[in-house]
Design a protein around this ligand. Structure first.
Ligand SMILES: Cc1cc2nc3c(=O)[nH]c(=O)nc-3n(C[C@H](O)[C@H](O)[C@H](O)COP(=O)(O)OP(=O)(O)OC[C@H]3O[C@@H](n4cnc5c(N)ncnc54)[C@H](O)[C@@H]3O)c2cc1C
Length: 360
């Protein structure tokens, strides 16, 4: 007889980590599987170094519970204020280690790495088995709705014109202080004049470190670094600890849920009776030329994410979190940041665990 898990979580990025730990803490036998060799997803492996979407305009946590617990465990420095927004700087290796640490405590949580989704079996609008395991409920945290795709459940897609991919890479050995957008603009102007596509800088905890998000092709990154070394003061000795460069996708596919969160909900700071998470990050969309279009909520405002956006519309025991929640292209451009993924992940874990208490 095949092994049974109450809950299977696919994908171990910010959302999947939160979903699996929360489901297991609710007393459910939980399987977390990922095609990667370890937990972390985009937050742990793409080179990102700032956690966004954790705080309101006053710098207070928007979501208590697991999102806050994870942030406090990963923090090595206080949050930073950039304009209206607060972000938490972090090290990707600590992000991965903190995840592993969370997996140790709840009994009944099993992880499987190098374990891609292979098959999903549906009977009477319920998923009954996944990769050969019998399952009570499934949480799709794959970032690209892999479970929903495998069973033909309805999805919504973003595209590269509003959520363009970017290459995230680190530079070390930078001796110039970049403390403001004006400092960054002075450094980046000659780079753009030289014909490179736009890039922007983010805080990095490493001394002499800086994180870049580059909208051009990955194969141009070595030439870009050479350009910095040859032409930009303070970057003469910069190097990247990375040897390969690849594009990370900002958004992929969202699963149609019982409710589709919209850009209008986000921008009007909508509240819901079945709210399970909060967000306040602006609607931040990136076009293929590397330019951002940012639309803001009113000062001090936050929106809520309802449980209906974490529950698939037709498959009764399918839940989703992180980049795959039921949201239109504008709403996901806010909710996709990691603070939002941690919060929806934790909520989906609890919702899936609770759903097993009621009769189908
Ligand atoms: C260029 C760029 C810059 C960004 N900048 C920031 C930033 O500065 N701050 C911030 O907070 N957010 C930022 N984001 C957004 C944020 O990083 C992501 O939206 C968030 O990390 C997504 O988390 P997730 O858990 O939903 O998915 P992911 O982190 O993508 O995790 C999905 C996991 O599912 C696994 N998986 C996928 N398919 C399968 C399969 N078939 N079988 C098994 N496993 C599978 C993957 O291996 C992966 O581990 C950025 C994103 C990008 C691309």
């Amino acid at each position: 007889m095949s092994q049974h898990f109450d809950i299977a979580v696919i994908g171990s990025g910010a959302a999947g980590i939160a979903a699996a730990v929360s489901a297991a803490r609710a007393g459910r036998s939980t399987l977390l599987l990922d095609k990667n060799p370890a937990a972390g997803g985009t937050g742990g492996f793409s080179g990102l170094t700032t956690l966004c979407g954790l705080y309101d305009d006053a710098g207070k946590f928007l979501n208590d519970g697991f999102a806050r617990e994870f942030a406090e465990a990963v923090a090595e420095a206080p949050p930073l204020k950039s304009g209206r927004l607060w972000v938490l700087p972090y090290r990707p290796e600590k992000f991965r280690a903190v995840a592993e640490n969370f997996f140790r405590s709840p009994p009944g949580l099993q992880t499987a790495w190098n374990a891609p989704l292979i098959n999903v079996l549906v009977e009477n609008d319920r998923i009954v088995s996944l990769n050969g395991f019998k399952v009570g409920a499934v949480i799709d945290c794959s970032g690209s709705a892999e479970v929903a795709q495998a069973i033909g459940a309805e999805c919504l897609a973003t595209d590269e014109t509003t959520q363009a991919s970017a290459v995230v890479f680190e530079l070390r050995g930078v001796t110039r202080e970049i403390n403001s957008p004006a400092d960054a603009a002075r450094v980046l102007l000659p780079v753009i004049r030289a014909g490179f596509q736009p890039l922007n800088f983010h805080f990095n905890l490493e001394p002499g470190g800086i994180t870049a998000k580059f909208s051009g092709p990955p194969e141009q990154v070595p030439a870009l670094i050479e350009f910095f070394r040859a032409n930009v003061r303070g970057f003469e000795n910069c190097v990247s600890p990375q040897t390969t460069f690849s594009k990370s996708r900002r958004a992929g596919r969202m699963i149609v849920g019982k409710y589709i969160l919209t850009g209008a909900d986000v921008l009007s700071a909508k509240k819901f009776p079945d709210a399970v998470a909060r967000g306040a990050w602006p609607v931040e969309q990136w076009n293929v030329d590397g330019k951002a279009r940012v639309r803001w909520l009113e000062t001090g405002a936050y929106y809520e994410i309802p449980a209906g956006a974490l529950r698939a519309a037709k498959i009764k025991n399918l839940f989703m979190a992180g980049k795959t929640i039921s949201a239109d292209v504008e709403a996901i451009a806010s909710a996709r940041v990691m603070g939002g993924c941690l919060a929806t992940g934790a909520a989906a874990g609890i919702l899936a665990a609770d759903s097993l208490n009621s009769k189908p």
